[in-house]
Design a protein. Sequence first.
Length: 263
Amino acid sequence: MTTQGRLETISLREGSGVPLVLLHGFPLDHRMWSDVVASLPGEPTVVAVDLPGLGESPVGPEPASVEAAADATADALAAAGITRAVVGGLSMGGYVALALAERHPELVVGLGLVDTKSTADTEEARANRLRVADAVTGSGTVDAVLGMPAALLGATSKAVRPHLTARLEEWIRTQRPAGIAWSQRAMAARPDRTDVLAGFPGPVAVVVGEEDTVTPVAEAEHMAAAASHAQLVVVPAAGHMSAVEEPAAVADALGDLLARASA
């Protein structure tokens, strides 16, 4: 499905109109979108991309950067025949979506920013990312990120959807340490892209789990205020993995975004 060195693109749904491109969060891959895709209204074309070093995609070039991930995503989409799309990204996928809007503006006609933020990391967060990157590289395992579901899932999910913890852990265990490390270093180096969002001319959906403690509601409100054509959707009973925890609500928001981009 890919040539050597190209990111893996996965066709999740065949349909018509402006395609929806989905970019996953860290430390996961395209599988996190499956329930959202099943709930999307209408008959859209949906394609997912495994970001560098995650899922089936090769590790990106050095130095690691969100910009390199965005350029590689654009190349993969072009190879799949996609030149215009609504791009939805969760967490790390949102960082890449904003970089795509900056570096490949002709490609992105709508932005879905799910449980993410437009600001850069704090020094503390950056240092922690680099520490984790060094830990997985040194151990040759993904042990340093296996505990992440506790932070990614909201309080409601941890209480009433215990199967989601096991599901996320299963996905994390299948990732490669080199891809985990590359992703952490890329995210640590990213700049603030609030200005990119402010200058984006198309429709924007900002979606956030009400219980998200990683990129909380305040970060979503910041993005919605910055964008000219944004709609803010706060998803009850969901944390940082709203697309996994409450997929129907996220599907509705992305479906509305597709309709706005196609109008």
